[in-house]
Design a protein around this ligand. Structure first.
Ligand SMILES: NC(=O)N[C@@H](CC(=O)O)C(=O)O
Ligand SMILES: [Zn+2]
Ligand SMILES: [Zn+2]
Length: 359
């Protein structure tokens, strides 16, 4: 992580912030919830839970059942309020939108262009054909969450986000100016510029990996499979644009880890899955970035205020304390007989969340 604007400053030993929320996370389902739910709830009060299960979580009753399965794995003494994203499909109707609007545990609909990412086969194949649904979402105040990449084979993977903006996102925001849109896990300077110049109804989440790394970290000196996610890491000037956006205090940009576990065997293979599993060090990874730039005073807005404000939800009342002490992100995480290699495995971080036990 390097930039010309780096300025060494003295860093606080203790940093207290309003408890943050994770506006983009994959908790998966079944047994693995016993690992993912405590990992996220240890830090975050709310989380937007992504619906890309098989089959996709595409209506209110599926989301309510999934939410119950999540809450059943919440350890005693932890508080956690999962906000469910519904999977937008080509057959989603205006009635589905109305149902979603009536349920406060539903945060919005997630648009996956078919084929864009993990479990997106049921995604939207004809975005232009979704106008009636977008119209209903705008009318009912239901946000649209977007995986913003085109999927046609003629478009280079490094250009897919930019082309998506030009082809789909800009037209949607023009046609539906009051529709709330969250451009998820942005990766390019183009996305930063688009969000900045769009109306106040358009915001974006930024992941730790896109802030801390660029495509060299994926491809130089070998293929680093645990740094592979979608949208793929971009070149350094894009990383720097994301860093500036996150550090700027602009409330359109907020925290969404996109923590996305895939078991070790599915990452360390000839055709490895996309996703960085960051939940075990999520807020600490962001703190690393903000500390590096001497901007820890900006962390609370990005992590704890701007997402809640964007969604029109109250800010959290409780606090989280980070302590300055060097620790090493876990090399492996196991649950039952299964092993995952987390993002940033075995690397140092300089801030750590203070746990209730004081450990
Ligand atoms: N980000 C990823 O690389 N993977 C996510 C899907 C997604 O958010 O696109 C996953 O579910 O594994
Ligand atoms: Zn995505
Ligand atoms: Zn995701």
């Amino acid at each position: 992580m390097s930039s010309s604007s780096f300025k060494p400053v003295s860093l606080p030993d203790v940093l207290e912030i309003t408890r943050p929320d994770d506006w983009h996370v994959h908790l998966r389902d079944d047994d693995v919830l016993g690992m993912t739910v405590p990992a996220t709830a240890r830090v975050f009060h709310r989380a937007v839970v992504m619906p890309n299960l098989v089959p996709p979580v595409s209506n209110v009753s599926m989301a309510s059942a999934y939410r119950q399965r999540i809450l059943a794995e919440l350890p005693e003494g932890m508080t956690f309020d999962p906000k469910m994203a519904l999977y937008l499909t080509q057959t989603t109707t205006a009635t589905d939108v109305q149902d979603a609007a009536a349920d406060p545990t539903i945060i919005g609909f997630k648009l996956y262009p078919a084929g864009a990412t993990t479990n997106s086969a049921s995604g939207v194949t004809d975005i232009d054909g979704m106008d009636a649904v977008f119209d209903a979402m705008q009318a009912h105040g239901v946000p649209l969450l977007v995986h913003g990449e085109v999927t046609t084979s003629d478009i280079d993977i490094f250009d897919r986000e930019k082309v998506f903006i030009d082809r789909y996102l800009a037209p949607i925001t023009r046609k539906f100016p009051a529709l709330k849109v969250v451009f998820e896990h942005i990766t390019t300077a183009d996305a930063v510029d688009f969000v900045k110049s769009a109306s106040a109804h358009v915001g974006a989440t930024i992941t730790p990996q896109h802030l801390l790394m660029n495509r060299n970290d994926l491809l130089v000196g070998g293929v680093h499979v645990h740094n592979y996610c979608l949208p793929v890491l971009k070149r350094r000037n894009h990383q720097e644009a994301l860093q500036q956006a996150a550090l700027s205090g602009n409330p359109k940009f907020f925290l969404g880890t996109d923590s996305a576990p895939h078991v070790q065997a599915n990452k360390e293979t000839a055709c490895g899955c996309a996703g960085c599993f960051s939940a075990f060090s999520a807020i600490e990874l962001y703190a690393e970035l903000f500390a590096h730039f001497g901007a820890l005073d900006k962390l609370e807005g990005f992590a704890s205020f701007f997402g809640a404000d964007f969604y029109g939800l109250p800010r959290n009342a409780d606090k989280l304390v980070l302590e300055r002490r060097t620790w090493t992100a876990p090399q492996r995480v196991t649950h039952g007989n299964t092993t995952w290699v987390p993002y940033w495995a075995g690397r140092e971080l300089q801030y750590q969340v203070r746990t209730k036990s004081g450990s």
